[in-house]
Design a protein around this ligand. Structure first.
Ligand code: BG6
Length: 510
């Protein structure tokens, strides 16, 4: 196990939802697992006026996100955790002199033995990232001569290619690239990391992992929820920016990448960048038209409950043209993947919440058995990211009886069968990695920019192209009616159910 040095975590935007909902529960898990260093404290910094005690109460003692975890624990045990939390009111704005913050950080460091090691976590609107980095640097809070300084930033990293480049440049003016950790919580998911292990720790998959054996690759990311309380943010973002540019292209890069020479962060990240750079950028209108579909959910009744349409959600413009469904077909221009289509879709208000990767293998080149059952029954490798995490191989078996009738059978593995292992939550894993200085699962500047290079022309086309349709789909169905047109000639999307072995076609009856 790597060593976690004594340190202080300074969270900017600490009064926001992410701190209480994700960060503090992740820290609590690390506390229970005895993974926090001996000297560790958290300083919340934000524009709200709060005392240390009020902050502790908000994010630990009275937190709805920790309630169930705390209920049977001894008060001394909980207090020992809560006492690690402190709060500094930044005084109404982030763009102020950080001298008072420096003083507080210095005092807390001296009295808590955190050895000058500081992790800054920016959980503020991204427009403030550069300002905060600059103010920290000007206050002498980024220098590494008395302990390391690292900075974790939350997505979105930019709004498009240009703003992403500007943001990277801005941050790199004040912090070195190796100090910057761009968090993508999908990379913290065990099943996403397992893509690497499935491919590179087995000799049975990798020989088949190429154009000779793979017919097409399909990735589905579906959520049953709508935009919830984030209509304002979402309406200026959309599915492509919110999910595809980051989480889904990260998954794509792990499927596409070549074997790294080792497991060191830069070795893996170099291959991921190369993979992202090999995605064929769509340049002409015809390709953009034929290979992309966007849509928006409209109101419907699901199980007796009335669901609002996207345009009726709080914070969303009544004539909004922001997509809540995005489906993209693309190719990868390299030796391994030539002519293999990739189909990736992401959407809100689908019939269920599910993320999975399906590797569709080619049919055997010489068919001996004519009676092979139904269409679309070729070998598949299904990697379930969530829920019911696991891996499923679909392969042909003989149906008992005369002749050679072939049916598909399942060979499955479930993470839940590893009962003795504690599966870390994404934020827990990623925080611990950053605390130990391991950036493997964080996105590098060039990786983020390569992803934007691919996404930019699509955004541009959707915004400025002529006759670009915005389809509608009823909440609770698998997207617009014409969603299968994208995979014309191949078949249709595999619409997965909540369980790994569910047969496709899952739907909710209203
Ligand atoms: C976030 C998006 O990054 O990921 C949300 O901003 C989305 O819109 C969420 O709901 C999905 O994460 P998960 O882990 O629940 O699949």
């Amino acid at each position: 196990m790597n060593k976690t040095e004594n340190q202080m975590l300074v969270i900017f935007g600490a009064s926001g939802d992410l701190t209480a909902r994700k960060l503090v529960p992740a820290l609590f898990n690390l506390y229970v697992a005895k993974q926090l260093p001996e000297h560790f404290i958290v300083l919340g910094a934000s524009r709200s006026n709060m005392t240390d005690a009020e902050f502790r109460s908000k994010v630990v003692l009275e937190s709805t996100y920790l309630k169930d975890r705390l209920k049977d624990l001894k008060p001394e045990y909980i207090d020992a955790f809560a006492s690690k939390f402190f709060y500094e009111d930044l005084g109404g704005a982030y763009d102020l002199d950080y001298a008072p913050l420096r003083k507080r950080v210095g005092d807390l460091n001296d009295s808590n033995g955190t050895e000058g090691n500081i992790m800054y976590y920016l959980s503020t609107p991204p427009t403030l990232y550069e300002t905060i980095a600059k103010n920290l640097a000007e206050a002498g809070l980024s220098t590494q001569n008395n302990g390391w300084k690292r900075m974790i930033v939350e997505k979105p990293f930019g709004y498009d290619l240009e703003t992403a480049k500007a943001l990277n440049k801005g941050l790199q003016t004040h912090f070195k690239e190796h100090q910057i950790y761009r968090i993508d919580h999908y990379l913290g998911k065990e099943t996403v990391q397992n893509l690497l292990v499935t491919r590179f720790a087995n000799s049975i998959f990798e020989p088949l992992w190429n154009r000779n054996y793979i017919h097409h690759v399909e990735i589905t990311n579906a959520e049953s929820v709508g935009v919830e309380k984030r209509g304002g943010y979402y309406d200026s973002s959309g599915a492509l920016r919110d999910m595809f540019q980051n989480h889904l292209l990260q998954i794509v890069s792990l499927i596409v990448m070549e074997p790294p020479i080792g497991d060191q962060p830069e070795e893996i990240r170099n291959e991921k960048v190369k993979a992202l750079k090999s995605l064929r950028i769509m340049k002409d209108y015809k390709t953009l038209h034929d290979h992309t579909i966007r849509a928006q959910y409209v109101g419907a009744e699901i199980n007796g409950e009335t669901m609002k349409g996207y345009r009726e959600e709080d914070g969303v413009a009544k004539d909004s043209l922001t997509e809540t469904y995005a489906a993209i077909k693309f190719f990868v221009d390299n030796w391994r993947w030539k002519d293999v289509p990739f189909y990736v879709r992401t959407a809100k208000r689908m019939p269920t919440k599910v993320t999975e990767v399906v590797i569709h293998f080619k049919s055997p080149h010489h068919q001996i058995f004519q009676d092979t059952g139904m269409h679309n029954k070729d070998n598949k490798l299904i990697i379930r990211i969530q829920p019911d995490e696991g891996i499923l191989v679909k392969f042909g078996v003989k149906v008992p009886g005369q002749g050679f009738k072939v049916e598909r059978a399942n060979l499955d593995f479930y993470y839940s069968s590893l009962t003795e292992t504690h599966v870390m939550q994404a934020y827990e894993r990623l925080l611990l990695d950053a605390m130990q200085g391991d950036a493997t699962l964080y996105a590098r500047a060039d990786e983020v920019e390569a992803a934007w290079e691919f996404v930019n022309p699509i955004l541009d086309y959707w915004k400025n192209g002529k006759d670009v349709c915005m389809y509608g789909y009823a909440s609770g169905v698998w997207g617009p009616e014409n969603a299968d047109e994208l995979i014309d000639g191949i078949g249709f999307w595999r619409n997965p159910g909540p369980n790994l072995t569910d047969d496709p076609g899952f739907c909710v009856l209203t």
